[in-house]
Ligand binder design. Sequence first.
Ligand SMILES: [Zn+2]
Length: 511
Amino acid sequence: MHIFAFSPAGFDGYMVTIEVDIRRGIPGVDIVGLPDGAVKESRERVRVAIRNCGFEFPSDRILVNLSPAGIRKEGASFDLPIALGILRASGQIEEEHERPDVMVLGELQLDGGIRPVHGVLAAALTGLSRGITRFVVPEANVLEARAASRGLVLGIRHLREAAHVLRLKAAPVYAFSKEANTGNNPELENFSDIKGQDVLRRALEIGAAGRHNLFLFGPPGSGKTMAARRVPGLLPLLTREDSIEVTRIHSLAGTLPFHQGLITAPPFRIPHHSASMEGMIGGGKQVKPGEISLAHKGILFLDEAAEFRKPLLQSLREPIETGRVDIARAAGTCWFPADFMLIMAANPCPCGNLGRDEAACLCSLHEITLYWKRIGSALLDRIDLRVPVKPAAVTDLVGSEPEPAINVKNRIREAAERQKKRYGTSGFTFNSRIPPGLVRRFCTLSPELEELFVRAVKKLSLSSRACHSILKVARTIADVSGDEKIGKYHVLEAVQHRRYGDSHYFWKSSP
Ligand SMILES: [Zn+2]
């Protein structure tokens, strides 16, 4: 039987074999194999914990080898496997029969109690892919490890049990408060709260249905933030595959609460505009996923988008294209998935009054241009739906009730099912993700429609990216309406949603 530990490296990670050698000599413990600070410290925790559990800590020379030696070992999850390795090498855990290999994760307290750790799902999935079928994890991580839904997962609370459990086939039984959890549930606020503002409601529905990036701009108080917060409630739950990816990322980031199984609702992330590059993109000494990866398969909402630092906004361009982010570091590159729907909200000008009927904008043209340049045309070009948001009229607020949210949600779900069926095994699920080479194959137009489309493209002098964007949005509009073919009104509506921001950066009431 071999004892394995796990060292994360981005979304992936390495299995680490724990080898222990005990021989006569000056008493001491050496840990070799590129351990980082936290792993080196485990030496002291392990020594005290072993003694406090009634075991004997060998008064000999102990060598702990973490192999492969060339990879840096990070984190506190090495405590428990090292402790078990020492107990086994010193003959304090007898093996009655040869047992299959085991992966062990856990941080030790001085009294022998076992604290939960991060990255357990990633460890379990990596282990399973290498043929490991037994896992010993802290009790608070059991649901997470079982989310991989294969292998024997043994949850423990104390080092004494760990020694015990290593010989057993069955785990001690604990009562769990809940077996599965929707997890990380965004505030499911009601879409019906958005009254009047039909253009906005429509754009949010199309955006959610095809996962198109959205840009909401309008004066303060027009309801941009409120509207964006209501989008997550419209999205269907994650598929099992997506659910595992999302949970794995949140576990590695340490944002998955303990005693929690799979995250089933699409994540909704709202980073503050003072966010650092590392916090947004990912990185750090022990590489952690950033906001764009925490928003994987969900929504990244940048409120007050123009307040974000420019390099930070520009760094979003590549993940938007590729659905992943590569992080360079001294020890090589690692990566995280980052396939998110981007929603940005911003005032139309520095003072915020541009486009308001009852107030005057005092900004100069130069100031307004500078303001929009902060967001940058390259990022704007990747936004399919640009929505001018005007405050709802008083008559709308007290008028008739808007369409119930459940109807909108149903249309979005049906549109998602249509897309899934159409794209099958193509490697993407939503219209917004159709690769450039396949746009013409999946978004076909009739000859008359083609003519109309070319005219619109010329009139608005649109880039090729913009053309593709319009075709994809038209496809989504057709899907929301339940139409097999893209029709004239679908294309015209898609053009309407694209018309701000290409040739001019600021609010204009006519194209
Ligand atoms: Zn202004």
